[in-house]
Design a protein around this ligand. Structure first.
Ligand SMILES: O=C(O)CCC(=O)C(=O)O
Ligand SMILES: [Fe+2]
Length: 834
């Protein structure tokens, strides 16, 4: 590079070329060895750029292939920075998006791609994703090999190995390894160590270790060393670390990383002096390591730091009896690592209906989390192989164009590399299992508390469209919340973006890119878009504050985490209920002694006759079952199960919102939520408003505010809810699919001394359409004291307005007092001025 100006030295014009100019090697593969263009093209076509896809549930499946043009830049060395805009995109990966799509480039042969896709979609059934199936495929075990259980030094049950499990010789049932072992009276928790092949007397566990160690398997687990040969003319990466696209790239003065300085880093110009990327500088002071010092690397987020810069921030006490496992840049990374190591990695977490999920990591070369237990480590590695095979069955191969690294394998086995962009250290693989079969798998990496990424998620073909992907997503998201990770980012091809947004609550990341993305190494594909989801109440709270409607006393919640199937199922059950003959509905009708149940009009509000059928119940599974039995007799389960499931979700969501509001107000996260113990007094009101011949004369529900703390309101897409703005104007709250409207109630207004405002609202009816709404009212515990914390009081601008009162006191008053212009006067009794 000698002789080039400073600016030129920093810039690298990357082509989309698969025939590179420099030569590197990695695990025996050559990175950009000097190949004549023709030869390189031949080699390239022998490893065609393949699309990849997973056909997942909830519409996350492949559509037609896209094409991307790739042009070589004929004069890379002379390229000017200004050319960036006009440069055709070039992808570093031979693929297009991390998640859920299949595309190919014009370089490949379209027909071949088409065949490839069909092969995956309609071709042979997916391999059974079990450990036994893997061992059989690798010839480590023969299918039908005789096995026996060894317990207390005696041989117990015998059986035969099958891909699905073990065929018992006494009952001829095929069961999982664990079930077979239990069936034989086994008592320990390590069945794979207690079942032996009759012919060789080897335990299944020892064969799993053997298979993991087979040379061609072991090869995949290695660190990917990308060597720069002496005659290398250019040892820099050809794709931007942030967007994975090529073009004119600014090079780091220390490592091989390159960036679009304007588009991706938001820099106006290339700096004149030396410039170091975020992987080469201390995360605290921003300086690189100079001659006589070095940077430590955080074992969790892989950020580098000077020991001295870290010290004053994080006073550490060293326990000499307990040598720390890793070095951490801050206590949050340390905490995440500890939680992962102690309670998450390699541990099966039970979910409903015999599903379980586990987070796995390759711990082999000391890079992953340490799993001390030998059995657990072997299980973890074996399941990783099975998950890798499942991913390979769902996606086509992704070979990194420059380093020739197999991306899926390297991500699943968290292989490190000296080349930052293909350094996949820190990845985990989350799996969803039913019995011992892996159904879905996703790869995730946690970059400290700010960010986690999930580039791949795949579901076994046989289980698609059954909500499996969602099940795994829910488990991953709860684990990330437990680890206090704020955001999850994913790359997505354009066709899938809608699904991620509508069904999974993600939103598009717009430029300028958030700092966390610029600072961390997140796997990206050149023509994908990044989406993100806020996971924690704190992150939600920021969005809430940003929502200007909040000052009107309500907001719409989209990233709520309530699976859409749950409300879809429950609303269908409700329509079935309301469609029943009146006679049958009235079997569950409210009575004068029990004012809960079904009724057909609501005379509580103002003069206009409300136009609704209502079901009013409490958050009490017993009461729901009692009601359903009255209406449906023996066939009550379908209704009561759906309602109980929905109410549980509402309770969970309510707590999260309470935490989010407390956080947003600067209070302890549990300030409100700890006061909601008496779940069974929570009121749940469902209204179905029939089409109304005189919609301008009759309301569905009259003008009112909700007296409780807040209401989680589901409304279908018909629309009819209106809120009163500035005490004078009714504004319709437009329904959004898969969202809730959160109404602030009078009690929360008092609790926050008016910082949160209760909203006056009503529901109008429609001439042609019926409308369904469900209001879940968050009632505090009877004895909860409603007293605004002093942090929210300002003696001058916001003096205390209410004396402390209990929810029970207000509730009793509500029964006996009236409303004035929709507001319950009951709460005014606690106003200090009165
Ligand atoms: O139907 C609606 O949208 C409003 C229902 C409501 O406000 C309530 O039940 O309190
Ligand atoms: Fe209401």
């Amino acid at each position: 590079m000698a002789g080039r100006s400073r600016k030129q030295k920093k810039l690298r014009s990357s082509s989309s070329s698969w025939s590179s100019e420099s030569s590197h090697s990695m695990n025996g593969l050559h990175y950009g060895a000097k190949l004549p263009v023709k030869k390189a093209k031949k080699e390239f076509l022998a490893n065609p750029i393949k699309g990849y896809l997973t056909k997942d549930d909830t519409n996350l499946e492949s559509s037609s292939m896209g094409t991307t043009s790739r042009k070589r830049n004929p004069h890379p060395k002379n390229a000017k920075l200004e050319m960036v805009k006009d440069e055709p995109s070039s992808s570093e990966y031979n693929q297009d998006s991390a998640v859920l799509s299949k595309k190919r480039t014009t370089w490949g042969r379209r027909k071949r791609a088409e065949r490839g896709r069909k092969g995956k979609e309609n071709g042979p059934r997916q391999r059974k994703a079990t450990i036994l199936s893997w061992l059989i495929d690798r010839d480590v075990i023969q299918e039908n090999a005789e096995v026996y259980v060894m317990e207390m030094e005696t041989r117990k049950k015998q059986g035969k190995i099958k891909k699905e499990g073990i065929l018992c010789s006494c009952c001829y049932n095929v069961s999982t390894v664990a079930e077979f072992y239990n069936h034989a009276g086994g008592t320990c928790s390590k069945p794979y160590d207690k079942i032996f092949i009759a012919e060789t007397c080897s335990s299944l566990l020892s064969l799993m270790i053997q298979a993991w160690d087979l040379p061609d398997e072991r090869n995949f687990h290695r660190f990917s060393l990308i060597e720069t040969k002496d005659d290398a003319s250019d040892s820099y990466d050809d794709a931007c670390m942030i967007c994975a696209d090529g073009g004119n790239l600014m090079c780091c003065d220390k490592c091989s990383s390159t960036y679009h300085h304007k588009k991706c880093l938001g820099m106006k110009d290339v700096p004149n002096g030396s410039w170091y990327c975020s992987f080469c500088v201390c995360k605290f002071c921003g300086d690189p390591a100079y001659e006589n010092d070095y940077l430590l690397k955080c074992s969790l987020c892989e950020k580098k730091y000077h020991w001295e810069c870290h010290l004053p921030r994080e006073p550490v006490s060293i326990d000499i009896n307990n040598t720390p496992q890793g070095t951490f840049c801050d206590h949050m990374c340390n905490e995440i690592y500890d939680k992962l190591e102690r309670g998450i990695i390699g541990i099966e977490h039970e979910l409903d209906r015999s599903y379980k999920w586990t987070l796995l990591q390759n711990t082999d070369d000391g890079s992953g989390i340490n799993i001390e237990d030998h059995y657990q480590r072997t299980m973890c590695h074996s399941k990783l192989v099975v998950a890798r095979r499942l991913m390979e069955d769902c996606f086509e191969q992704i070979i990194d164009r420059h380093t020739r690294i197999d991306v899926i394998k390297s991500v699943v086995y968290n292989c490190g590399s000296n080349f930052n962009r293909v350094n996949f250290r820190g990845f985990y693989t989350a799996i969803l299992e039913k019995g011992e079969e892996i159904i879905s798998a996703a790869t995730i990496r946690i970059h400290g508390t700010k960010l986690a990424e999930m580039p791949f998620i795949a579901t076994n073909k046989e289980y698609r469209r059954k909500g499996m992907c969602r099940k795994l997503m829910v488990a991953i998201e709860s684990a990330l919340c437990y680890l206090k990770v704020e955001k999850l980012v994913i790359p997505s091809v354009t066709e899938r973006i809608g699904t991620w947004i509508e069904k999974y609550g993600f939103h598009l990341i717009k430029s300028p890119l958030p700092k966390e993305i610029k600072l961390h190494n997140t796997l990206m594909f050149h023509d994908s878009k990044r989406l993100q989801k806020d996971l924690l109440p704190s992150a939600l709270a920021r969005r809430y504050r940003a929502n200007s409607r909040a000052k009107w006393g309500f907001f719409k919640l989209v990233d709520h985490g309530v699976p859409s199937e749950i409300d879809e199922n429950f609303t269908s059950r409700l329509h079935e209920l309301f469609d029943l003959p009146m006679e049958q509905k009235l079997k569950g009708g409210k009575t004068s002694s029990l004012p809960l149940g079904y009724y057909a009009s609501n005379p509580e509000y103002e003069q206009n006759l409300p136009w609704a059928e209502i079901l009013l119940l409490l958050q009490s599974p017993e009461m729901v079952v009692q009601f359903a039995k009255k209406v449906y007799g023996d066939q009550y389960h379908t209704f009561s199960n759906a309602m109980i499931e929905y109410m549980k979700e509402m309770d969970k969501l309510g707590m999260t919102i309470m935490e989010m509001l407390a956080h947003g107000l600067g209070l302890a996260d549990d300030f409100f939520s700890k006061n909601f113990e008496e779940k069974e007094v929570t009121i749940f009101r469902i209204s179905r408003y029939p089409p109304c011949p005189l919609p301008e004369k009759i309301v569905g529900i009259g003008i009112h505010s909700d007296p409780q703390t807040l209401t989680i309101l589901y409304q279908d897409l018909v629309g009819g809810l209106q809120v009163l703005k500035d005490d004078k104007q009714w504004i319709g709250v437009r329904p959004l699919p898969n969202s809730f409207v959160i109404n602030i109630g009078d009690t929360l207004e008092a609790w926050t001394n008016g910082r949160l405002k209760g909203v006056i609202h009503r529901a109008v009816v429609n001439k042609d359409k019926q409308r369904l709404s469900m209001a879940y009212f968050m009632n505090p515990t009877s004895s909860a004291t409603i007293e605004c914390p002093s942090q929210l009081i300002d003696p001058v601008s916001n003096p205390r307005k209410y004396v402390p009162f209990t929810w029970a006191e207000l509730r009793n008053l509500l029964l006996t007092t009236r409303r004035v212009r929709g507001k319950a006067v009951a709460i005014n009794k606690f106003l200090i001025s009165s």
